[in-house]
Write a protein that binds this ligand. Structure first.
Ligand SMILES: [Zn+2]
Ligand SMILES: [Zn+2]
Length: 435
C-alpha cells in the first residue's frame, strides 16, 4: 500500500465512521438517566404492586387500570379495552419526527408462587375449570413497570421530543383462555398500530442472564410455534394376524422417524435451526388388537418464515406418503401459532450502539436463537422491530441453574429495572434523533 492509497483509505474510513459518530448519545440522554434515577423507587414500587396482584391473560383489569391512570396523569392520549384489557397511550412530542412504538405484555401465569419475598403473590383463581395460583412467573410485571417508567421519563421531556411514542400495554401474551381470542394480533386487529402508525417497534423480555446484561440477535431471534396433529388411519385386526388389516401403530412409528429426517437430512442445518417434536401419541386399547387409528400431536419451531412454510409442506408430504406406502392414510393438521420473532437486521445494527452505550459495552451480548415463541412477533411483522432480552439473575446466582421463566421460583433482581427503563427510553429517543 502506497502512502497515497493509505491516506485515501484513512479518509475513507473516517468518512465511513461518520454515521457511527452520528449515533452518539442524543442531547436527551443525560436527562433520561437523571429522571430514571429519580423514579427508580417508584418503578420498583409499581413492579412489586403488579407482582403481588397478578392477573391471567384477558383478565388484566387491575393492571390495565393502573397503567391507564398513570398514562392519563402524564397527559397522554389513552385508549383502553383494546383486545379486552389492552391499553394504548400516545405521547405526542413537541418536535416533528417519527412515531416509535414500545410494547410491554401484562399477563401472569397459572403458577403458584414459591419465591420468599414480602410481595409474593397469594392470588388464586379459576383456570380451565381448576383452581390455580397466579404468579408473574414470566416476569411481565417487570415489563409493565419498566414501560410505565419510560412513559414518565419521555413525558417529562415532551417539548423536546423529536417525534411521538406509542405505548402498547398488551394482554394475553401467554395465550388467551380456551375459547377466547387475545394478545398482539387482536390488538393489531383492533387498531393498536393505526392513527398514527408507528415506524418501528421495540420491546424487551426479562430472563435468566446476569443482572443488567442485554442480549440481542438480528433476524430470527425467537421461534415460530405451530401445533401439529396427525391422525393415522389403518384397519383394525387381530394382533396375531396383521396381514388381515393395516397397522396404524407401525405407520405412526415410521412417520415419527420420517419427520425427524426433515430437519436432519433435508434442510441445510448450517442455515438455521428447526425442531419437529411429537409430544403425544395415542392408539389402541390392548396388546392383541391392532387398532384402527393413532393420533399424534406435536410442535414445529423455526426461525425463518420461508423455512416455516417449507417444513409444513415437508411434514404433510412425509406423513401422507409414508401412510400411503402402507395402505393407510394420514391426515395432517397444522395450527398456526406465533410467527418468528424477527429482528429487522438494519434496525438492529442501527440500534446496537444505543444498547452498548446505555447498558455498558461489556454488558451487551449476541443472544443465541431462542426456541420459545413470543407474540411480539405480530407487531414486528407490521413494522421493523427489535426485541431484546434483559438479564435479571442476581450476581450471586448462576444463570445456568437459576429457576427459569415459568418456574414457581423465577426471581427477578430489581436492579435490572433501571437498565430496562433507560434502554427502552434511549432506543426511542435515539431512533427519533436519527430520523
Ligand atoms: Zn412466558
Ligand atoms: Zn413472557
Amino acid at each position: 500500500m502506497t502512502i497515497t492509497t493509505f491516506l485515501a483509505s484513512v479518509i475513507l474510513a473516517l468518512t465511513l465512521a461518520l454515521p457511527v459518530a452520528a449515533q452518539e448519545a442524543s442531547p436527551l440522554a443525560d436527562r433520561i438517566d437523571a429522571r430514571a434515577t429519580e423514579i427508580d423507587d417508584q418503578v420498583i414500587t409499581w413492579r412489586r404492586d403488579i407482582h403481588q396482584h397478578p392477573e391471567l391473560g384477558n383478565r388484566e383489569f387491575r393492571t390495565a387500570a393502573l397503567v391507564a391512570d398513570h398514562l392519563r396523569s402524564l397527559g397522554l392520549e389513552v385508549r383502553t379495552d383494546v383486545a379486552h384489557t389492552g391499553v394504548v397511550g400516545l405521547l405526542r412530542g413537541g418536535q416533528p419526527g417519527p412515531v416509535v412504538a414500545l410494547r410491554a405484555d401484562m399477563d401472569a401465569l397459572p403458577v403458584t408462587e414459591m419465591v420468599d419475598v414480602p410481595f409474593a403473590s397469594k392470588v388464586r383463581t379459576q383456570y380451565n375449570g381448576r383452581e390455580v395460583g397466579v404468579m408473574h412467573a414470566c416476569g411481565h410485571d417487570n415489563h409493565v413497570a419498566i414501560l410505565m417508567g419510560v412513559a414518565d421519563i419521555l413525558a417529562s421531556m415532551r417539548e423536546d421530543l423529536p417525534g411521538s411514542v406509542k405505548f402498547i400495554f398488551q394482554p394475553a401474551e401467554e395465550g388467551a383462555p380456551a375459547g377466547e381470542e387475545g394478545g398482539a394480533d387482536l390488538m393489531l386487529a383492533e387498531g393498536a398500530f393505526e392513527n398514527p402508525k408507528p415506524e418501528v417497534v421495540f420491546g424487551l423480555h426479562v430472563g435468566t442472564r446476569p443482572v443488567g446484561t442485554i442480549w440481542y440477535r438480528p433476524n430470527g431471534t425467537m421461534a415460530s410455534s405451530d401445533g401439529l396433529r396427525i391422525v393415522v388411519r389403518g384397519r383394525q385386526t387381530h394382533g396375531a394376524v396383521p396381514w388381515g388389516g393395516v397397522d396404524p401403530i407401525v405407520v405412526a412409528s415410521q412417520i415419527i422417524l420420517g419427520l425427524q429426517t426433515i430437519a436432519s437430512r433435508q434442510l441445510d442445518v448450517t442455515a438455521t435451526a428447526s425442531i419437529i417434536t411429537i409430544g403425544s401419541i395415542h392408539g389402541g386399547v390392548r396388546g392383541n388388537i391392532i387398532p384402527d387409528e393413532v393420533v399424534m400431536t406435536g410442535t414445529i419451531r423455526t426461525f425463518d418464515s420461508e423455512i416455516r412454510k417449507d417444513i409444513h409442506r415437508r411434514v404433510r408430504h412425509t406423513a401422507e406418503h409414508i401412510a400411503e406406502s402402507a395402505g393407510a392414510t394420514a391426515v395432517v393438521r397444522i395450527a398456526y401459532g406465533y410467527p418468528v420473532t424477527f429482528n429487522d437486521p438494519a434496525l438492529t445494527e442501527q440500534m446496537a450502539p444505543t444498547l452498548k452505550r446505555v447498558a455498558g459495552p461489556d454488558k451487551v451480548f449476541l443472544s443465541p436463537p431462542i426456541t420459545g415463541a413470543e407474540d411480539f412477533s405480530y407487531f414486528a411483522q407490521e413494522v421493523p422491530g427489535l426485541y431484546i432480552f434483559l438479564g435479571v439473575t442476581p450476581e450471586d446466582q448462576d444463570p445456568a441453574t437459576a429457576p427459569r421463566n415459568h418456574s414457581p421460583l423465577f426471581f427477578a433482581d430489581e436492579s435490572a429495572l433501571n437498565v430496562g427503563v433507560r434502554v427502552l427510553a434511549n432506543l426511542a429517543v435515539d431512533y427519533m434523533a436519527q430520523h
